[in-house]
Design a protein around this ligand. Structure first.
Ligand code: NAD
Length: 420
């Protein structure tokens, strides 16, 4: 089935990944389209008053991929390039990711096409609140739960929670995750995605007989996921030799002072002007020789142009969809490079979001140690299942991850029948 609604390269990419996994699973044709296509979507226009008195209308989207295993769950992205097709693809990946991690959710994603950094603080607040107001009939703690993604953060989640709560007349903390701890957020949520990326990278390093203290890492994207991955890798003893963000890339073979870089970005918003490494191009950063390359920015950055030039041992996909299908084919042929695919590699974020939701629903809160211990247990379980699937099907790690997640969703749909 060709979609008339979701039209983008990223959506095509997610569909082709699905088709490949469905072929491996030999999935019944009557199930295929139901499991693949997003269940429903909402597009809204969000008019907000700017500080100068003018009114601008922003387009916002939310896609709920499937409703067969619980409420839907997924991030909210503020970025100028957001479109409905991209949001739909991200919602599909959320579905496979949640199923792979054993979480009781369908996937969802939302977005607004806007550059959040071009707005003042109060304009951003008005936009976040307006988007949530428009979404009220479509979301809720048992319907669809949002979380931060590119361009959004704890503050945006706090505004969303407040707007929804004002509407229902009581504190509905469980309507979003990734909130500040003071508003019902979970200890460990802020670092969960990046920590999970680093945890998997370290675990595979050890499987390949490489001591973390002898290993180097390069990280593309220095926002929430990238900076937390860098911090956790340094804590594991890995030397981070390259970092980048939208403003540029930096290389320091002696090791980057990650904490100092994080402080610099907190003050200056980006790495522009940072003096902790030699300035190189964003393309050159991805091709640096290293043990771990962690793309933690946007989709489709590893592509036909650079796939054959990568010089890492482990490609730890912190971002969603960083590797095009063509690049993936090149990497699968390369025995030197091991890919930890996105839907497992960055699953730490949604796992701790799930913990946050559970804690909010029960009004009982865990310590950071409890959260991270529980997280590591689920990450270990996912890795064991992934490796077993890879052996059983004699396939790549991406195919193993996708088939595990997709099979679980397909089973739920098959057993429930045609409705959900
Ligand atoms: P963020 O907005 O906090 O950070 C994004 C970073 O990418 C910024 O440093 C930005 O400057 C950088 N960037 C943008 N374009 C770039 C380019 N062309 N080259 C280099 N860097 C560039 O977003 P985030 O929450 O860290 O999300 C990053 C990725 O991780 C996304 O793919 C997101 O979907 C995925 N992800 C996030 C979470 C989460 O919990 N936040 C969970 C799972 C997956």
């Amino acid at each position: 089935m060709k979609s008339n609604i979701y039209n983008s390269l990223v959506f095509e990419m997610a569909c082709r990944q699905f088709d490949r996994a469905a072929d491996i699973l030999d999935m019944d044709t009557t199930l295929r389209e139901r499991v693949k296509m997003p269940k429903r979507c909402l597009a809204v226009s969000c008019p907000i008053r700017m500080d100068d008195g003018s009114v601008i209308v922003y387009e916002g989207f939310r896609v709920q991929h499937h409703l067969s295993m619980g409420p839907t769950k997924g991030g909210l992205r503020f970025h100028p390039k957001v479109d409905l097709g991209e949001v739909a693809a991200l919602s599909m990946w959320m579905s496979w990711k949640c199923a792979l991690a054993g979480l009781p959710y369908g996937g969802a994603k939302g977005g607004i096409s806007v550059d959040p950094y071009a707005l003042s603080h109060s304009e951003l607040e008005r936009l976040a609140r307006r988007y949530m107001q428009e979404m009220i009939p479509f979301v809720g703690p048992n319907v669809d739960i949002m979380a931060p993604d590119v361009g959004t953060n704890e503050q945006v989640m706090a505004w969303m929670m407040d707007t929804y709560s004002s509407y229902v007349g009581s504190n509905a903390t469980a309507v979003v995750t990734g909130k500040p701890v003071s508003l019902g957020g979970s200890e460990g949520r802020k670092e969960a995605t990046g920590f999970g990326v680093a945890y998997f990278a370290k675990s595979y390093l050890e499987d390949f007989g490489i001591k973390p203290s002898n290993a180097t890492a390069v990280i593309q994207g220095f926002g929430n996921v990238g900076s937390e991955a860098a911090k956790a890798l340094v804590n594991f003893g890995v030397k981070v030799i390259g970092i980048s963000d939208v403003s540029g890339a930096y290389h320091n073979p002696k090791g980057i002072d990650v904490d100092q870089a994080i402080r610099y970005v907190a003050k200056n918003r980006t790495l522009e002007g940072w003096k902790g490494g030699e300035r190189i191009s964003n393309e050159a950063l991805l091709e640096l020789k290293c043990d771990i390359l962690a793309p933690c920015a946007l989709e489709r950055v590893i592509n036909e142009t650079n796939a054959a030039k990568l010089q890492c041992r482990i490609l730890a996909e912190g971002a969603n969809g960083p590797t095009t299908n063509q690049a993936d084919a090149v990497l699968t042929e390369n025995d030197e490079i091991h890919v930890i695919p996105d839907i497992i590699c960055n699953s730490g974020g949604v796992i701790v979001s799930y913990f946050e939701w559970v804690q909010d629903l029960q009004s009982t809160f865990w310590t950071r140690e409890e959260v991270l211990n529980r997280l590591c247990k689920l990450l270990d379980r996912s890795k064991l299942e992934l490796e077993a699937q890879r052996k059983k099907l004699n396939c790549s790690r991406r195919e193993a991850a996708l088939t595990l997640g997709i099979h679980r969703v397909a089973e739920a749909k098959r057993i429930r029948g045609l409705f959900p």
